[in-house]
Design a protein around this ligand. Structure first.
Ligand code: HCR
Length: 380
């Protein structure tokens, strides 16, 4: 039944929302959606899903050799998927529409050390409003691991579902522990996703296609995704393999299962447990400063009143506050244009044609290029 999960009073507005999606392609986040689907969380918070297993993040630097480190990087990557793509269903009942970040919005937080793994810190900044682009940097100095990336989306409606092509990539840097020192890089490309359950009114995410983790060490991981009705018949399934970058079909090790549940080694490294990853393990939420200590561009400060309105069901107040923010932003951009002083990024610099990306991606896609955003050097 179309709209079966939609509250009675919002069925009409859900219908017109779906109609407007159908005739629309590009920036979904700027569309006005019915209140029951609104999330009080801004998209600048999403990079924190990369850090919710700080022990696995730190373990990316451990391992006896490059292949073992690649298996650790793959496990950490798979472990992030449950948070990235299913956590709104768990916490809010369905996938929701995040708040559309303002230009320069920041999200800052950390995962304090718990078991000797070191402290992990995160900064994210909205580096473009239209199209929305979020840049992020996550780092654990003690472990010698950091992740830098940016995220944008291109959406299109395909009749029953919304297809979201993820634009952007991340680079994981791991300090080498051998005598020569230096660092190993792991380029992480991002899978395609689709938003299913739209007509019913209970959206959820499914992953499809493939993504890669390509390392400067000469090894790569390829992850293939399927949903209900494909090879395993189960939702949220994947098959991952590790191989030399120069010969991706010469598979050394492989694992498969559900990225939101249990996955097992298919071809295991010697001495390994049969379980590759169990996504029922706890995720650690990021810790942020209390609101009164946050700066005025910090996400939860910017959206304080809007989020309060959404959480308490006072959608009029939420919508008024959201309009206030959007009007202020328009006025700010106008003033900047008039004065000839364009907005300056606070934490990141824009780097056209990321050469690290160009070099590493050439293993699977010759000539591909992408811009990136680098964290500005910090003055200690
Ligand atoms: C597509 C999406 C905004 C982008 C979200 C991203 C791709 C952001 C980067 C994260 O690392 C991973 C991630 C997970 C989310 O699943 C994805 C969001 C899902 C919905 C949202 C749309 C803009 C909102 C659509 C509105 C309705 C119909 C739910």
């Amino acid at each position: 039944e179309v709209g079966g999960a939609v509250p009675e009073a919002q069925k009409a507005s859900w219908g017109s929302f779906i109609k407007s999606i159908a005739s629309f392609s590009g920036d979904l986040s700027s569309m006005t959606a019915p209140s029951f689907i609104l999330s009080p969380v801004s998209l600048t918070e999403y990079p924190s899903y990369w850090g919710e297993h700080p022990d696995l993040f730190a373990a990316c630097a451990q391992g006896r050799d490059d292949v073992e480190r690649m298996t650790n990087v793959l496990r950490w990557f798979i472990a992030t998927l449950k948070g990235q793509y299913t956590s709104r269903n768990t916490s809010m009942g369905s996938e929701k529409k995040p708040l559309n970040p303002i230009l320069g919005e920041l999200f800052i937080g950390s995962w304090p050390e718990q078991k000797g793994e070191g402290e992990t810190t995160l900064v994210a900044e909205q580096v473009s409003h239209h199209p929305p682009i979020t840049a992020y940097h996550i780092s654990n100095e003690k472990a010698g691991v950091s992740l830098e990336g940016h995220s944008a989306q291109k959406t299109s409606f395909t009749g029953r579902s919304i297809t979201v092509k993820q634009v952007g990539h991340a680079i994981l840097r791991v300090q080498r522990k051998d005598a020569q020192g230096g660092e190993d890089l792991y380029l992480i490309t991002l899978p395609q996703l689709s938003i299913e359950g739209i007509l019913w009114g209970a959206p959820y995410i499914e992953l499809s296609g493939a993504n890669h983790i390509i390392s400067s060490t000469g090894y790569a991981a390829t992850i293939n995704y399927t949903g209900k009705g494909y090879f395993s018949g189960k939702a949220h399934s994947f098959k991952a393999s590790i191989a030399p970058t120069s010969k991706l079909d010469a598979v050394l090790y492989s694992a498969e299962g559900e990225w939101s549940g249990v996955s097992k080694w298919k071809k295991a490294p010697p001495g390994q447990d049969s379980v590759f990853w169990d996504a029922n393990n706890d995720r650690r939420e990021i810790q942020v400063q209390p609101l009164e200590k946050q700066g005025k561009m910090e996400s939860r400060k910017v959206w304080e009143k809007t989020a309060e309105g959404i959480r308490s069901g006072n959608y009029d107040a939420a919508s008024k506050d959201k309009s206030r923010i959007e009007n202020e932003q328009r006025a700010k951009r106008k003033e900047e244009t008039a004065k000839g002083t364009p907005h300056q990024l606070e934490m990141f610099v824009h780097v056209p044609e990321d050469q690290e990306f160009v070099k590493l991606i050439s293993a699977v896609s010759k000539g591909a290029t992408e811009d990136t955003y680098r964290r500005k050097p910090r003055v200690h």
